[in-house]
Every structure is written in structure tokens, then in C-alpha cells.
Design a protein around this ligand. Sequence first.
Ligand SMILES: NC(=O)c1ccc[n+]([C@@H]2O[C@H](COP(=O)([O-])OP(=O)(O)OC[C@H]3O[C@@H](n4cnc5c(N)ncnc54)[C@H](OP(=O)(O)O)[C@@H]3O)[C@@H](O)[C@H]2O)c1
Length: 481
Amino acid sequence: MATIQDFYSGRSVFLTGASGFLGKQVLEKLLRSCNVKNVYVLVRPKKGKTSQERKEELLKSKLFSTLKITKPHFSSQVILIAGEMTSPGMGLSEEDERTLREDVSVVIHSAASVNFMEKLRDAVVVNVIALREMLKFAKTLTKLESFVHISTAYVNCHKQFSPECIVKPLHDPHAIIAMLKNNTDEALEAQAQQLIRPWPNTYTFTKCLAEWLLQEEMGNLPVCIFRPSIIGASAEEPFRGWVDNFNAATGVCVGTGTGILTNIYGDQNMKADIVPVDYCANAIIALGWSTAIERSSKLPVFNFTSGQLNPVKWADFVYWIPTYFNQCPLEACTGYSTPSFSTNRLRYLLYVYGKDRVKMIFLDFLLRLKGKTPRLVRLHQRALKGSGVLEFFTSNEWNFESENIAAFIEKISAEDRMTFNFDIKTVKWAEYLIHYCEGIKEYAMKESMSLSSIERARKTQNRFAQQPRSYPGTDDFLYPG
Ligand SMILES: NC(=O)c1ccc[n+]([C@@H]2O[C@H](COP(=O)([O-])OP(=O)(O)OC[C@H]3O[C@@H](n4cnc5c(N)ncnc54)[C@H](OP(=O)(O)O)[C@@H]3O)[C@@H](O)[C@H]2O)c1
């Protein structure tokens, strides 16, 4: 048996953020490939659903469909830990605390608020204070061998070069935590923009604070930091193109794929630093093993990005999105997909308001005439919000140091590399982007992939607009006929 699997065999993992995009993928892979004893998942109650209901819902995700066949009883290894990261002691019951203390060997901390617009207080509470609670608790786990903290490659995003080491924030995390106590929400928000500068948003600011706090408070814990860039659909596992949210790049693919959005602000010649979610999960699991084995006295940091090792550009998205969606349209389409990029703000605004918004107002008017509920202006607003978030990534480019992850891959056995592939150089971007679009249609939008439903969507597409003559994807090469 290979070394990584050997390590996990019979051991238990405590995973936070399991209901999230990345956490779900880590959970699936641990259960499918690691022969773990148990995976304890911290799930909070949300939107009127109990933690138990949410755990059951999580395991119904299509992501687990392979497991349902290969390990039909896998759900018995997923143990619910009802909690709330922002409560004292993470809201754990005494009994759960005891169980975790006696059984957990690896902690994977993925829970976070990834909302760029989060209020400063909320972002600090989830991304910094909750990590402190987690560290305090991890120190009481008698069998703990490794702790993987999920950060982001953008902790240092106000600088063009991002080294693989902890960046000193301009403010002490404890001082920021104290500010939360001493200020009302209004007072805090009034200072927030000034306080977080030069970080562009509360997300990257608090993730940076969290790393510093981790370094200060980890004590003797065997910890490592994993920093992915923008996480996209899966490249290979458990199937290609799996994605179930509309965050960042995915949301903009939907907006431009439906034809609701025709322009994105940014430079298409810049690198799109995307990394597949399954590669991230494999790397995290491998780091859980290596952190336990190596017991480094330093806190190892791993940037996990594609820009340096196997770059893809936004221009590739602009090519492959229409190539796919003009052949295999989304049912929610409003015509053909014709995305472009603008580096000129005025040109961009003319596109999104002068062209797209006017078209959506007109289409909503037609819907009203037909007695249907108008929805396109609302969808356009949502798409614009998504592309507004992505603007930060489409109009900047970073140089992420990638030595540590490259050296780490070299250390892994050939067998482990096959089972836990995270070598970004092996991603073939053209194939990846086609499967990404397919995954958006099938898993995120939950649309049927039958030929008849694709034909129906094509009719809708043609009803809305004339086929553009010279645009990628208008040649029938994907689904002829
Ligand atoms: N997605 C990316 O492009 C990206 C890029 C770089 C780094 N990362 C990092 O990767 C990690 C996972 O991100 P993701 O994309 O999977 O985000 P996500 O889909 O938004 O998932 C976030 C997870 O955190 C949980 N969580 C948030 N607040 C919580 C609380 N108060 N108590 C308990 N659980 C809470 C969420 O639970 P609920 O379901 O209950 O909300 C969810 O399971 C984060 O640390 C993020 O910073 C993500």
C-alpha cells in the first residue's frame, strides 16, 4: 500500500467547512481513497435546518455518487459534530469534545467566510477568532499528528510577488480582535476601509491576520498552511467538471455563458490563476500526511497556484465559454455567448449598461407581456455583482512563489502521485475548460444533459438572437446536428 493511504488507514480526521465547495471534495476523497476510520464533520445549523439535516443533505450531493457504488455504507464513517465556529468553544457538546479528543489524528480547517464584501466584524469572527478557538481545541487532541490550515494565495495580494512564508500584517490580530470588543458595528464599519488598507477586501485582510495569529499561537502543534489561488471545477475526480456553486470564476462563466453578460472588466491577456478543486483536495490530504511525518520546526507554507507552473489566461475562458455554450446552451440562456474583456472602463460600462441591461429590460418586458415573471434584470444584476468580485483577479496578475509545492511533489512516491495527483502541470486547460462548462450545466445549474433538452435550449437560444457568424463555438463540433 502507498504511504499516504497507509498513514490515513484507521485514523480519524476532523474536518471543518465540509459543507463548502472545497471541504466536500476533501471529504469525498478521504472516504474514497484513504480508508479512514471516521471523518468528523463540523456542521452548523443554517436557514432553519438542523446540523443533522444539513449533514444528510450534504451526503446526498452528486459528488458522492461514485462512493455510493463503491462503498455503499460510507455515510456511517461521516460523524456529525454539530457546532458553530463563531461560538465559544466552537459550540461543541462535551460528549463530542471527548470523542474528538480521543480519536482525531488529523485536523483540516477549511471553514471560512469567503465573501469579499463581508463586514469587518463578521470576517474577523469567522476567519480569525474561530481559528484561535480551533487552535486552542486542537492542543487538547491527544492523538493529533497534523493540522492543515486552508488559507489563500491572496493573503499578500497588495504586492505583486507572493513568497511562501507568513506575511506580517500591518495590524496585530489581537489589536483587531480588541477593536471588535471596543467598537460598535457602525464605528467599526466607518473605519474598516481605512483599517484594511492596502488589502483590497476584508476577506484577504482577515486571512492574512489568521496566518499571523496561527504562527503566534500554534505552540508545538504540527501545522502547515495551504494557500490555493482561485478554486475551479474538478479536473478529474471523482468526475470531470464537478462544481456546485456560483462563486468567482464559475459565476462569471454562467453570466457570460447565458449571454446575460457580454463584457468583463480586465485584461484577457492576464493569467487566470485557477486551480482545480480535486487537485486542492489531493494536496491537502497529502499535506496532512507529510506534516505528521516531517514534524518541521518551521511553519511550512504551500502556495498552490497555476500561474507559474502551467499558466492559463482569461483569453482562454473567452474562447472556450462560447465554444461550449454556443453548442450546448444553458436552458437559462438569453442568446449566444459572446464574451469579451475591456480594459477601458467607459467601454465596459457601455457594454454592460448600454447593451446588456437594455436587452434584459426588453426581454423582461416580453416576459411580462406573456404573463411570466420578469427575472432577467435581476439575473443581470447578480451577474454584474459576480463579475465585480472577479474584477480584482481579471485586472491584476501575481507572481506566486511555487517552490515548496514543486519540491513536495518530488518527494511523493509514484504510486501516491497517481492516487493523489496535484501536479498542476498535468492540467490540460482546453480540456479542463470544456469540462468546467459541462460541469456548470450539469452540476451547478442541475440541467439535463440529454440531447432533447439541449435541442430545446438551442431553440431558446435561436429565438433570442441570431447566430453570430464568426464566433467560437458556432461550428458544430461538439454536438453535431
Ligand atoms: N473557493 C476559492 O476559490 C478559494 C480560494 C482560496 C482559498 N479558499 C479557502 O478555502 C476554504 C474553503 O473555501 P470554499 O470555497 O469551500 O468556501 P465555501 O464553499 O463558502 O465553504 C465555506 C465553509 O465554511 C463553513 N463555515 C463558514 N462559517 C462557518 C461558521 N460560522 N461555523 C461553521 N462553519 C462555517 C461553511 O459552512 P455553511 O455551509 O454552514 O455556511 C462552509 O462549509 C476557505 O478557507 C477559503 O478561504 C477558497
